[in-house]
Design a protein around this ligand. Structure first.
Ligand code: F6P
Length: 519
């Protein structure tokens, strides 16, 4: 009986060739996954029977695949070539997207050229994105990832939490005369964002005095709800549109990334979108057995539904990608954390895994004990870059290279250790190995490569949802918490004493009142 332990499997050179792939400037090593070529063949057969190829076509064509909200999911249209045509209800959306991008690029260029003046005539030098979820995580992740591509001419900040510490910490080091806020909300109804926006407006008015130009010169909006933004006082020329047919967590290629465009400039944003487009075209046109996002999704199905692994870890070995796991948490868990299928029935199988992650090498000193010796196996995606990002720091090139090579050595060693284990050290020191991982290797973390990675995971998520026959593009589960908060808020504020609370919540509210101001 041939051993199925990874330590034996990965010694086979044929396996490496069979389970490694080059796509764009990315190299994918799936050889440390607990699959064989037979497994892959069975999974692609399963995908064909599930109609994945047809569902991919429907995604790109703008079919109303988001059935519960009766709309398409056209994040791919955001980065299609300008000569493309995609219709939504009879209207070609490509020209609309291009016009929005041009307006956003013009805004970014004006800010970066210090041509946008505040209410007191000072040029804007700080831009603050106020948003949460997909209106924060994607732009923030990309801003951090592309820091070395920013000329830092504009100080960019991100405020997302309703915790006043977020707002206060940022505003305390900003000058209201030279600060512009981007109120970033697809729905323009998200309470945290509107609360932060109102507090920011009060802060500007308190410092600049009553000035009718404050809103016009210190605030712009990114939203799909133009009417709501106008009711807030935003004028059309200060509203940068996104659309109902793009999911918030899938909107990074749109004006949702306005702050990113300011930070790195429109050209690098366009290059990021070109990277997304390259992976889009690969996903749209490749046979399933060579289709990387599809294969990652199918391996995810294998790990989740056949091997029973309930979590999935993503560990980028790149300081600048530290925000990537949190971005993926929303992308994967808000998309596929579903227990109802497209027909409205309770699913009778597992769906989305829980996503965790951290940046390498730090994660080695936090979760890798669990990954090596825990009783629960968690498959890992390692992401690494052969060359360091362009650094403007003070340390010499030789130091950069020495430390970067140490970073990559750690990445490769960890995936090796997870696979082969160590049975020499006696029980407590031993790791049984046979713990699956994939490694994604790129030349460098640059805008194009980041775009490829973004689209790669978007399409991996789509693949898994398609096989599970769930809607990866709605998020009804977040509504319950939102509906309960107003009652609790009123009780905490002493406005009302709701009798409807369960005893636990009632006890917590009572504790709040007993402890409030007792510090
Ligand atoms: O978490 C729920 C959610 O609706 C996400 O899907 C969305 O990205 C986030 O809240 C923010 O929504 P909006 O961009 O409408 O403020």
């Amino acid at each position: 009986m041939r051993s199925c332990h990874l330590r034996d499997l990965i010694s086979d050179q044929n396996r490496i060739e069979m389970l490694s792939f080059d796509e764009g400037n990315l190299f994918f090593d799936f050889s440390k996954q607990l699959v064989s070529s037979e497994t892959i063949g069975l999974l692609t057969d399963l995908a064909e029977r599930a109609g994945l190829t047809s569902q991919i076509a429907q995604l790109f064509e703008g079919k109303f695949i988001n059935r519960s909200e009766n709309r398409p999911a056209l994040h791919t249209a955001l980065r299609m070539p300008t000569n493309s045509r995609v219709e939504v209800e009879g209207q070609d959306v490509i020209p609309i997207i291009q016009a929005s991008h041009e307006r956003a690029f013009d805004f970014a260029d004006r800010i970066r050229a210090k041509q946008w003046l505040g209410a007191t005539g000072q040029p804007i030098s700080s831009v603050v994105n106020i948003g949460i979820g997909g209106s924060h995580l994607g732009p923030y992740m990309a801003y951090k990832a592309l820091r070395s591509y920013s000329d830092n001419s504009i100080d960019c900040r991100f405020i997302s939490n309703v915790d006043p510490r977020d707002l206060n910490t940022n505003l305390s080091s900003l000058d209201p005369e030279t600060t512009l806020f981007i109120v970033n909300s697809k729905s323009f109804t998200t309470s945290e964002t509107l609360t932060n926006a109102e507090s920011a407006m009060e802060w500007v008015e308190k410092n600049l005095g009553e000035n009718p130009e404050i809103l016009q010169k210190h605030f712009v909006a990114v939203t799909a709800n133009k009417e709501k933004a106008e009711r807030y006082g935003f004028t059309p020329d200060n509203i940068y549109p996104i659309w109902e047919w793009v999911g918030g967590r899938f909107s990074i290629s749109s004006a949702t990334s306005l702050a990113l465009m300011v930070a790195v400039g429109p050209e690098y944003f366009k290059t990021m979108n070109e990277g997304c487009q390259q992976m889009d075209q690969h996903f749209q046109s490749s046979d399933l057995n060579e289709n990387i996002p599809a294969l990652m999704g199918l391996i995810g199905i294998w790990n989740r539904n056949f091997l029973g692994y309930s979590s999935h870890a993503v560990i980028p070995y790149a300081y600048d990608l530290a925000a990537f796991p949190a971005y993926l948490e929303q992308l994967e868990m808000e998309s596929n954390g579903k227990n109802i299928d497209n027909e409205g029935n309770l699913v009778m199988y597992e769906t989305g895994p829980s996503i965790l992650g951290g940046v390498g090498t730090n994660a080695q000193h936090a979760i890798f004990q669990y990954l090596h010796q825990g009783t629960t196996i968690i498959p890992v995606d390692f992401i690494a870059f052969v060359n360091p990002s362009p650094s403007k720091g003070t340390i010499g090139k030789d130091v950069v290279m020495r430390q970067h090579e140490a970073l990559i050595a750690n990445c490769f060693a960890q995936s090796q250790g997870l696979a082969i284990g160590d049975t020499e050290g006696g029980r407590s020191l031993s790791s049984d190995g046979n713990r699956p991982s994939s490694t994604i290797l790129a030349s460098r973390l640059d805008p194009f490569t980041l775009g490829q990675l973004i689209a790669l995971y978007e399409h991996k998520v789509f693949t898994m949802g398609a096989l599970w026959q769930i809607n990866s593009f709605d998020q009804w589960g977040v509504e319950l918490g939102k509906s309960l908060v107003s009652n609790v808020s009123n009780d905490l504020a002493g406005i009302s004493t709701s009798t409807g609370h369960d005893s636990s919540t009632r006890s917590l509210i009572d504790q709040f009142h007993q402890r409030k101001d007792k510090i």
